[in-house]
Design a protein around this ligand. Structure first.
Ligand code: ADP
Ligand code: MG
Length: 451
């Protein structure tokens, strides 16, 4: 790959991370002018760009380049006011690529409902990993308020929760224009509650929910620890529920595993249908890729699709991201994409240092999941709320990282390694018998691997 190809593929990937307007502002008239001893020099048109790129995008650009070529270690931005030949590339980028077609169209979000029309049942791929959630979602969309209320969907990042919930909303809204649907991410809900408290307008805030027939709150786990918001939301929830209005919630974990959530909310959230989405298998990943291509009316060689499906396994968001970055490259370079180039371009998706489980991540994730400080896991105590997470941490170190039992024992303050063996066997055996534990282990693993 020469410098210009390298820069083009960086630009293609940057477009996935930043808005079109920012992209045009900061990457206009930039190019690689030299590459020596792991150092890349990028020319930029003015001091302003230089400062901005250095401060804001240095790491992202470096990581993207490093993923393509791991000899690259350092970047330097140099001011070069001459419009360069790269101008042509830029023009080409802007005119040829219909970014809107490749990417999410943020501008089409319905102002009334906050729903994105792109999320529908028609373009939602169903497989063993999500078929129950899909069936429940369909049932709710056909008979809102009366089938499952609330519908609570949980699972790791990028597995289709938002897509599924919004599909329900879109379907209900289109079935009957009179249905009032509202989609609210929970951060937004919390910030609205906070400002209603500040401005003394809680009554009118609550009243704004009265006409709603279907309320969708995404990522409700963020309400954890926000006591005031929990209290107000409890009332909103109840008044809708009592009128048989449909409530749909999503979270990264089941209601009873959300820490610092009032008991009464846990029981309300879990009082309808609680259902998970997990990871798609290879076959389904391939179907998802083909569905996305069809939607965009584009094509890629089969071997490349198979390569993506067998290597990008973390979640569907990444699967889509990988596909998009290849498509952009494919277009810029006049359809000369082969498997070798694709492999290079996808390094960041296939192998990223962040994807790999390590000791620190396992400890961090287990502690966080059970709402403990990391150091608690190492406390010399037999308290059940510590012993259990500690055993799970030991189990995962063995299972995921293949640590030896004595090595684990050393990490946990020189315990006898038979204690570790005992912990490992206990968790292994229990996970075979106990669904709740299996579910917890899966959620922890998803987090460990999803960065
Ligand atoms: P989550 O809310 O679980 O983090 P999203 O719903 O945002 O995940 O999904 C991430 C991306 O993957 C979205 O672009 C979505 O359209 C796509 N996606 C997820 N699940 C599916 C599916 N089953 N079929 C097609 N696309 C999917
Ligand atoms: Mg989501």
């Amino acid at each position: 790959m020469d410098n210009s190809e390298l820069w083009q593929s960086v630009l293609a990937q940057m477009q996935l991370f930043i808005s079109k307007a920012n992209f045009a502002t900061w990457f206009q008239n930039t190019e690689i002018t030299s590459k020596e001893n792991g150092k890349i020099v990028i020319s930029v048109p003015n001091a302003f760009s230089k400062e901005w790129l250095n401060n804001k995008y240095y790491k992202l650009i470096l990581k993207t380049m490093h993923d393509i070529d791991n000899t690259i270690k350092e970047l330097e931005f140099k001011i070069n006011p001459q419009p360069s030949k790269n101008f042509e590339t830029k023009e080409k980028l802007e005119s040829d690529i219909n970014i809107e077609q490749l990417k999410f169209d943020e501008f089409k979000i319905n102002k009334e409902t906050n729903l994105n029309p792109r999320y529908t049942f028609e373009n939602f791929v169903v497989g063993g990993f999500n078929e129950l959630a899909h069936a429940a979602a369909l049932a709710v969309s056909e008979n809102p308020g009366h089938t499952y209320n609330p519908l609570f969907i949980y699972g790791g990042v990028g597995l289709g929760k938002t897509h599924l919930m919004q599909s329900i909303g879109n379907k209900i809204a289109s079935n009957n224009k009179k249905n009032k649907v509202k989609y609210i991410p929970s951060e937004k809900l919390v910030s609205n509650i906070v400002s209603a408290i500040r401005s003394n307008s809680m009554e009118s805030f609550k009243a704004s929910f009265t006409p709603i027939d279907v309320l969708i709150i995404d990522d409700i786990q963020f309400i954890s620890g926000k006591n005031k918001s929990q209290e107000e939301f409890f009332h909103v929830f109840n008044s809708l529920y009592e009128k048989n209005k449909q409530i749909i919630l999503s979270s990264d974990r089941p209601p009873n595993a959300i820490s610092e959530l009032e008991e009464r909310l846990k029981s309300r959230f879990g009082g309808g249908m609680t259902i998970d989405v997990s990871l798609p298998d290879y076959e389904t990943r391939l179907v998802i890729l083909k569905t996305k291509l069809q939607e965009k009316n584009m094509e890629l060689p089969e071997d490349i699709l198979e390569y993506i499906a067998s290597n990008v396994k973390k979640n569907i968001r990444d699967l889509e991201g990988a596909l998009n970055s290849l498509l952009i490259y494919h277009k810029i370079n006049n359809n000369v994409l082969n498997l070798e180039v694709a492999k290079k371009l996808l390094r960041g998706f296939v192998f990223s240092p962040f994807d790999v489980a390590n000791y620190k991540k396992i400890i961090e994730t287990v502690a966080k999941f059970y709402n403990l400080d990391e150091k608690n896991l190492f406390d010399q105590t037999r308290r059940k709320e510590i012993v259990r997470p500690r055993q799970i941490a030991m189990f995962l170190l063995r299972k995921e990282l293949k640590y030896s039992f004595p090595a684990i024992a050393r990490k946990f303050g020189g315990k006898d390694h038979t204690t570790v063996i005992y912990a490992y066997k206990k968790i292994l055996q229990e996970s075979e018998e106990n669904n709740k534990l299996t579910e917890e282990l899966n959620l922890i693993k998803q987090k460990v691997y999803s960065g």
